[in-house]
Design a protein around this ligand. Structure first.
Ligand code: NDP
Length: 472
């Protein structure tokens, strides 16, 4: 049977474009449908504009630091959203063009419209065109979800933030995950009176407990009003303002409310269930290690599979898929150790592997934990403290996790991730000579464990047996 395409990709984001471009490079005939802008969430309404906004929002701190270093007149003055927005829009146009060019110059064809899956080898475009493909790759990502409260349509989602005509005077951010922490930080730095309401007792559930406390404290220290143990019950409009009524009976008035209450796979109306593809909780496409769904010709990569929802993971999944199917080079993504960063300010949180909370429940670990005021900000008069933590197996000596809360922690964790993924031991870290004076030298100079979490006696026999079985 002959097909219009060897591969049809639905979704022009990081994962889809990578897979499409690599497959086309191997000589496959590749079509791709994108209903919005090429580049997807990360490039157009996520990581890239967010990080540029983090940079923009750091300017007042840079001025304060300059004053601390003997520049008494250093001031930022007022922030111009118009000036920043014009540059941001131009940068996103540039990146979108680069994504388009990269795929087209590899020989692929872009259909700028929505596509639905209408058969194991068939997609239907919004204009009614039917296209056949030997393989279909679903790479449609996720979309922000609102919490399901009355009046929720009055709240913004993260997508809206990049398109605002002007900055609000007072904003409520709801949630305590990546997006809530980063956007509360950004808005605060740009001069917006920012309130963050989160239902838990500290932000960033799932991260290391000490790191969570430090991020929560930092949000307060930079001037975000953090209201914990609180959720919105409903929103109502009052003139230009939005009134948030909370579940403790209180209410407050804001110029804007932003939901950062999670994302869900973007599979609604895509036709997948109709052709028999198994979807999991929240609509995620269920795939195996090779990103293949239960329908052999249909694959999925990236956030739509709800595995590890990060851009570089989607890219790796897409690349592996294309290498396997079209490059005669079978490989798949290992999701077990993936580093990530939360871009708060002035200190970021970088993380890989085991947290201390996980270490406590596993047992058999030493924790090396250091806190200090870094030279640079301390000289300028700041009290901000860095935390660096290594989690080490007390028998194999392998470093199982690293948590860094400090300036540029995203950059640091990227480098720390390499030895950790290679299986480095604490002694490998120790024999690395420090680069002085840096913050990161603390990672190789922590001599004594701060805490030891013993393996529970009953568990240790089971764990030893499991280890012996694994080695056998
Ligand atoms: P997260 O899943 O990280 O956080 C969602 C937050 O919303 C949690 O604090 C959650 O609370 C809260 N929440 C969920 N439902 C409700 C509700 N009904 N009422 C009140 N609060 C609620 O999602 P994000 O939207 O922050 O980010 C989405 C994904 O995007 C992340 O998983 C991440 O992978 C990715 N991302 C990565 C970034 C990076 O790498 N730097 C940056 C931004 C996003 P609770 O914890 O109690 O469940």
């Amino acid at each position: 049977m002959s097909f219009d395409y060897d591969l049809f990709v639905i979704g022009g984001g990081s994962g889809g474009v990578r897979a499409a471009r690599i497959a086309a490079g191997y000589g496959a005939r590749v079509g791709l449908a994108e209903e919005s802008r090429m580049g997807g969430t990360c490039v157009i309404r996520g990581c890239v504009p967010k990080k540029l906004m983090i940079f923009a929002s750091s300017a007042p701190e840079a001025a304060a630091e300059a004053r601390g270093y003997g520049w008494p007149d250093a001031q930022t003055g007022a922030f111009s959203w118009d000036a920043f927005k014009a540059k941001l829009d131009a940068e996103l146009d540039r990146l979108e063009a680069a994504y388009t060019r990269g795929f087209e110059s590899a020989g692929g064809t872009i259909h700028h419209q929505r596509a639905r899956v209408t058969g194991p080898h068939e997609v239907t475009l919004a204009d009614g065109t039917l296209l056949s493909a030997k393989h279909i790759l679903v790479a449609v990502g996720g979309r922000p979800q609102r919490p399901g409260i009355p009046g929720e349509e009055l709240g913004m989602i993260s997508d809206d933030l990049f398109m605002m005509e002007k900055l609000p005077g007072r904003v409520l951010v709801i949630g305590g995950g990546f997006i809530a922490c980063e956007f509360a930080t950004i808005l605060n730095g740009l001069g917006v009176d920012t309130v963050l309401a989160y239902r838990g007792d500290k932000v960033l559930r799932g991260f290391d407990g000490d790191a969570r406390q430090l991020v929560t404290d930092q949000l307060q220290q930079i001037g975000v009003e953090v209201r914990l143990g609180l959720s919105p019950a409903r929103l109502a409009r009052d003139g230009d303002a939005v009134i948030a009524h909370f579940d403790d009976g209180s209410s407050d008035r804001y110029d804007a409310v932003m939901f950062a209450t999670g994302r869900r796979p973007n599979t609604a109306g895509l036709g997948l269930e109709e052709v028999g593809v198994t979807l999991g909780p929240g609509g995620a496409v269920m795939v195996d290690d090779w990103s293949q769904s239960n329908i052999p010709s249909i694959y999925a990569v990236g956030d739509v599979t709800d595995r590890v929802n990060l851009t570089p993971v989607a890219i790796r999944e897409g690349h592996s898929f294309a290498d396997t199917l079209f490059g005669n080079h079978p490989r798949h993504m290992d999701h077990s150790l993936v580093a990530s960063a939360v871009y708060t300010r002035p200190h970021e949180l970088g993380s890989i592997g085991m947290t201390e909370d996980e270490a406590i429940s596993r047992g058999g670990v030493e924790v090396y934990d250091t806190r200090f005021r870094p030279m640079r900000s301390m000289f300028a008069g700041s009290d901000a403290r860095v935390m660096m933590k290594l989690i080490v197996d007390d028998q194999t000596r392998q470093v199982l996790g690293c948590q860094i809360f400090g300036p540029e922690a995203g950059e640091l964790i990227q480098l720390a991730a390499i030895p950790i993924i290679m299986g480095a031991t604490k002694e490998d870290f120790d024999r690395t000579v420090a680069v002085h004076p840096t913050m990161a030298e603390e990672l190789v100079t922590m001599r004594q464990p701060t805490r030891h979490h013993a393996r529970a006696a009953a568990d240790s026999g089971a764990a030893d047996a499991a280890e012996r079985a694994a080695q056998a």
